[in-house]
Design a protein. Structure first.
Length: 106
């Protein structure tokens, strides 16, 4: 199944899946308990919600791997001081940001 280009890692806070009727929706992969294929693919969430989707089990697992890899990549960038957020800047408040200690300081 071909889909559009994969979003940049900074934009990935959900995975995108398709209902059998063709409707696309976003799903938080941290809430997925299990995914089964019998014969339709069903994603079971931790709260008991079930979604029947077009993507195969392997495609869903790949989406989850990419989602988690993006989190790790961002974490490594932050740790090295290389992370540049693409978010719109938030108004400055009176509170100061506490820097994350580098590995050398620990």
């Amino acid at each position: 199944m071909t889909r559009g280009p994969i979003p940049e890692p900074e934009d990935r806070d959900v995975i995108r899946v398709t209902r059998l009727n063709g409707e696309r929706f976003a799903l938080n992969p941290d809430l997925i308990e299990r995914v089964e294929g019998h014969p339709d693919t069903v994603a079971f969430l931790v709260d008991g919600t079930k979604y029947v989707i077009k993507e195969s089990v392997d495609e869903v697992l790949q989406e989850i791997r990419e989602y988690r890899a993006a989190i790790l990549a961002t974490s490594y960038e932050m740790d090295r001081g290389e992370y540049r957020s693409t978010d719109v800047p938030v108004a400055q408040s009176d509170s100061s940001v506490v820097p994350f200690p580098s590995r050398e300081e620990r």
